[in-house]
Design a protein around this ligand. Structure first.
Ligand code: NAD
Length: 437
């Protein structure tokens, strides 16, 4: 019970109602804002050490995204936290009764984060956890050690540990943490570990939010503007070298369009990374040797035809792997699991219906994408396939919309957050009926 005292100290603090007042919640959100703003250069530097990701990317995709969430919460918190009156006209209630929903914080929340976007995966959900009036224990990933060390130091400096604290470590520490009783657990990572988390949570009947990964398909129809399609795919896919949960995992397109699309992607890669991505500051690295070996093993086992290999051979010491586009068959090694790296397989489909059938016969993805001008196909895609979220004629973009929920479905997760959806996730909606005496 290594973490029992820590959890109980947070529970005691929560039960004292210290985190309940809206003024306190705003104060702690402002503290988070200050912590991130005052240290944004260091945050960029540690992520660069872990992933060799350019600081401008971390600033835009992690720092500003989290600060934007804080601002959005500060603006709407009073409204979201206020009791909501409900209509009783269709219910058998007494004429003097009124019914409403009171928003209770849940209590002590455990947040387990992955390494690929270390800043936002720890602090973006934290905004909702604190805004909803909870305390939080954050377990960042041991695979991004420079980021995790900085987070621990910063959180110690800025927060009361009874309100927010960081526990560092890997599997043993997370296993010990999961023995404790939490009021909510949010886990972001891979589905196999999510099952371990959910099993541990079940012992205490703790609700979970699981933000997972999977294979995100991109359907490209031949009527799509090939240059624009390639430009938008390249802008997203190789940022963080494909180590992004909602990144295009594979493309489905007709056979006679594959080569045209691959050439357009190669052109865009040249524009974005020059002739040698290895030397380009915007091209990141694989997180560690284990993931590097996993990716090279898939490439070795693949029977696909490499259509594009843009840049130098892979280099284990540097953890560099060049962007690849590979023509594959359905049973190829690349089609087995989420790739989470710089390989983009293309699978040919006879027609649009086959593409929909292929998606439907696999696990529900975290995100799916379609490029076409055909409104009927867009309608069919949205009606007949499911995914956590969808962007049409671009990729990744739905995640930036504050009024859309972010989360998966089936094997890609359960629960959601982002703006008000996050507030609701970490809140218990208490039903109240009030009569007069
Ligand atoms: P991971 O599951 O290996 O690790 C995530 C966290 O779980 C880490 O903090 C780690 O310490 C902990 N952990 C790992 N093994 C554990 C075990 N056996 N018992 C208890 N805890 C354990 O995931 P990862 O490699 O860090 O991240 C990659 C995965 O995360 C990909 O599948 C990606 O798609 C997914 N992801 C999803 C989202 C999303 O928002 N849905 C965001 C980022 C990443």
């Amino acid at each position: 019970m290594a973490f029992h005292n820590l959890v109980e100290a947070q529970r005691k603090y929560f039960l004292s109602d210290a985190t309940l007042p809206l003024e306190k919640r705003k104060e702690v959100l402002n503290t988070l804002k200050r912590m991130i703003t005052e240290n944004k250069e260091d945050l960029g530097k540690v992520v660069h050490k872990d992933l060799k990701r350019h600081t401008a990317y971390t600033e835009a995709m992690e720092v500003q995204a989290t600060l934007g969430e804080i601002e959005y919460f500060l603006k709407h918190l009073d409204e979201w936290a206020a009791p909501t009156k409900v209509d009783t006209s269709h219910s058998p209630v007494d004429s003097d009764a009124e019914a409403f929903i009171v928003k209770d914080p849940k209590g002590v929340v455990l947040l387990i984060a992955p390494w690929n976007y270390p800043v936002s995966m720890c602090f973006w959900p934290l905004v909702a956890i604190l805004g909803a009036g909870n305390t939080c224990i954050i377990k960042p990933s041991e695979l991004a050690p420079n980021s995790s060390d900085l987070f621990e130091n910063l959180v110690k400096k800025y927060f009361d540990p009874r309100h927010v604290t960081i526990v560092q470590g890997g599997i043993p520490e997370t296993t010990d943490l999961l023995k404790e009783r939490f009021d909510h657990i949010m886990y972001t990572g891979a589905p196999p570990v999510a099952k371990i988390v959910m099993t541990a949570a079940a012992k205490h009947l703790t609700p979970v939010t699981l933000e997972l990964g999977g294979k995100c398909p991109v359907v490209v129809e031949p009527d799509a503007d090939v240059k624009k399609t390639a430009e938008r795919i390249v802008a997203a896919k190789w940022t963080n070298v494909g180590q992004t949960c909602i990144t295009p995992d594979y493309i489905l397109t007709p056979k006679n369009f594959q080569h045209k699309l691959a050439s357009a992607i190669e052109e865009e890669l040249k524009k974005k990374y020059g002739n040698e991505p290895k030397d380009h500051p915007l091209y990141s690295r694989i997180i560690n040797e284990r993931h590097f070996d996993r990716l090279v093993d898939v490439l070795d086992r693949s029977n696909g035809k490499v259509l594009v290999k843009h840049g130098a051979d892979h280099d284990r010491e540097d953890k560099f792997i060049a962007p690849h586009v590979i023509e594959v068959e359905k049973d190829d090694a690349f089609m087995e699991h989420e790739i989470f790296g710089p390989f983009l397989p293309i699978l040919s489909m006879d027609n649009f219906d086959d593409a929909l059938a292929y998606i439907k016969s696999h696990e529900k993805p975290l995100a799916s994408y379609l490029f076409t001008n055909d409104e009927e196909k867009i309608k069919q895609f949205l009606a007949k396939t499911t995914a956590g979220g969808v962007t049409i004629n671009d990729v990744h973009k739905h995640i930036g919309v504050k009024t859309l929920p972010f989360g998966g479905v089936g094997n890609s997760g359960q629960g959601r957050y982002n703006g008000k959806y996050g507030f609701d996730t970490f809140t218990h909606e208490k039903s109240v009926l009030k009569r007069k005496l």
